[in-house]
Ligand binder design. Structure first.
Ligand code: RB5
Length: 142
């Protein structure tokens, strides 16, 4: 299952990305918010991050205005490696090097086409399993 969340600013982009993931055959769970009414991004970042950290979800997708607030909040949960992305190179690198498990996007920064491209790279790129990267990630966990 892929856990998804947004605040009001990311709500519409989240729906587009959820539809895209469903078309690709993924099981998606939306942890809110469920409208464009103003709300607080840490609430949804926490719910998605906990689902990923607990193993309920294989990965998470979070969308707010910039992606930054979501990434700050999600990275407070142990075991989470959330990356806020706006370019393809970083999307590939954060999977290969950081084994990022949550993708954060800014709906006021990138358009839906770019978001779908980044989402596909994030979903399709495996962790490199390189010993240097494994060592660095284990230092993050400590
Ligand atoms: C909401 O106005 C905005 O602050 C939020 O979506 C996000 O960009 C925070 O990082």
């Amino acid at each position: 299952m892929i856990a998804m969340g947004s605040d009001h600013a990311g709500y519409e982009m989240k729906l587009v990305l959820a539809e895209h993931l469903k078309e690709r055959g993924y099981d998606v769970k939306d942890f809110g918010t469920y409208s464009t009414e103003s709300c607080d991004y840490p609430d949804f970042a926490k719910a998605v991050a906990k689902a990923v950290a607990d193993g309920e979800a294989e990965r998470g997708i979070l969308v707010c205005g910039t992606g930054i607030g979501m990434s700050i909040a999600a990275n407070k949960v142990k075991g989470i490696r959330a990356a806020v992305l706006s370019d393809e190179f970083s999307a590939q690198a954060t999977r290969e090097h950081n084994d990022a498990n949550i993708l954060c996007l800014g709906a006021r920064v990138i358009d839906n086409d770019k978001a779908i491209k980044l989402l596909d790279i994030f979903m399709d790129t495996p962790f490199s399993e390189g010993v240097n990267h494994i060592r660095r990630i284990s230092k993050l966990e400590q």
